[in-house]
Design a protein around this ligand. Sequence first.
Ligand code: FAD
Ligand code: FES
Ligand code: FES
Length: 499
Amino acid sequence: MTGIRHDIRFYVGNECHTLADVSPTRTLLDWLREDRGLTGTKEGCNEGDCGACTVLVVRLEGERLVWRAVNACIQFVSMLDGAQVLTIEDIRAPDGTLHPVQQAMVDQHGSQCGFCTPGFVMSMVAGRKADGLAQDERHIDDMLAGNLCRCTGYAPIVRAMRQAMQAGPDHFDAMAQDMAERLRGLRDGADVEISGPAGRLTIPATADALARILVENPDARIVAGATDVGLWVTKGLRVLPHLVPIGQIAELRRITRGQDALYIGAAVTWQEARAALAEILPQPDAEVIRRIGSVQVRNAGTVCGNIANGSPIGDGPPMLIAAGAMLHLRRGDVRRTIALEDFFVDYGKQDRAPGEFVEGVSIPLPDPQTVIRAWKISKRFDQDISAVLGAFSLTLAPDGTITRARVAFGGMAATPRRASRTEAALEGHKWDETTLEAARQAIMEDFAPITDMRASDWYRRTVAANLLTRLYADCGPEGARAPISVNSACTAAGEHAHG
Ligand SMILES: Cc1cc2nc3c(=O)[nH]c(=O)nc-3n(C[C@H](O)[C@H](O)[C@H](O)COP(=O)(O)OP(=O)(O)OC[C@H]3O[C@@H](n4cnc5c(N)ncnc54)[C@H](O)[C@@H]3O)c2cc1C
Ligand code: FES
Ligand code: FES
């Protein structure tokens, strides 16, 4: 079937749900707990920070089952069309045997009051399913960084994860074919249109349908991963009368690596883009991307949602601006491409016309003479918003002259912005200590940051200048462009606290 459907369909565990009167912004957490009575999934913060509400969302992508841990408190039920949700109630095997993760939590004493435990278990089950990630200690830290525990302490939980990683297949492996078959049965290529007292929901099946719907309804609100929009609802109590989820539009889920550029479509998540971006931002394991939220946030939040949101402290824009990214916008059949920095007009104001949407972003592949670095400065290492993010791209001639410099910062102005005076102080000069000093002076004139709860204006300017020194240490004449270790990147942040 193509055409229009007037309900959404998805599984929770093995039960198929068809909802024709869903509120577009009903959170999955509220729906599970209040409508379904599935109270194993807990509410801690209701803003994506604590992981108590972690569930698994399984989708059939092509012919592959993909398992993702997400925060149910900031996912809308309306975004789940075509998916299977697994909650803590689904984790035991059908014969009642504990899942290897649950058994490991018991064996390693990984739970005390138990409030955080369902969320941890779900993150750990997802961690066992995640592919493309090294199954090592770093992976364990990564998988657990989005879950907080206030009484057991993390060491027994980490031990439990270690044990669970060694365990053999679980009952989900045996059920994979059935799960895929069921999800295949939900595919029909239809647009979804639901209107009710709680608002209007339109889920376009294609990018063309999205373009048409937005021209006809310029006030409709796009939602990609809802890791920003979700908080407008749960914390800001905003009412969004017409929601348009775009996360499952196949054309917007493309990542392509051409000869000159990497293209990331509007529905590609941070987690999906991470490996490709790592080639452009050559820090080990794309360190700075690993520090965007938690795995739950990166599994839902998109690169383009981060851009479109326009926050001055979003981590994506400064990195992508320094790398020379171009933004692709579409309104109806009209497309335009602009330099990413030109998208950010003022605080809360972007260069996007009514009915226009971001189709994707492309990032030029750096040539061998260009070094790109980015450092995030925040109070905690994991799951924290930047006080400052500095990103640098320098092209160096064989004699050490900087032939091209692009420097961009987040957290230093009302928008993510290039540091034009700093770039001028670098370009055309030998990359030596005199140039470094001139650039450090210039950066003080480039920005007049604000003081807020994250950092003072003095701290922000000092740290911005110090990042230039770090750049020099890392890829100046003496730096030999050595890879950066996690700990040294962390030292730049001043503090290193987990959880
Ligand atoms: C706990 C937590 C931690 C976080 N940590 C970080 C962090 O460390 N660094 C960071 O930068 N961010 C962080 N964020 C913010 C957020 O995760 C990112 O900004 C994310 O990339 C947003 O993407 P999304 O797909 O969820 O956007 P959504 O919430 O779906 O949308 C955000 C905005 O963009 C618009 N939009 C989305 N897609 C399009 C499109 N294609 N065209 C036009 N408009 C569009 C929406 O209408 C909305 O206005 C965090 C969020 C949470 C909840
Ligand atoms: S309740 Fe804390 S992340 Fe959802
Ligand atoms: S066991 Fe009590 S919060 Fe983790």
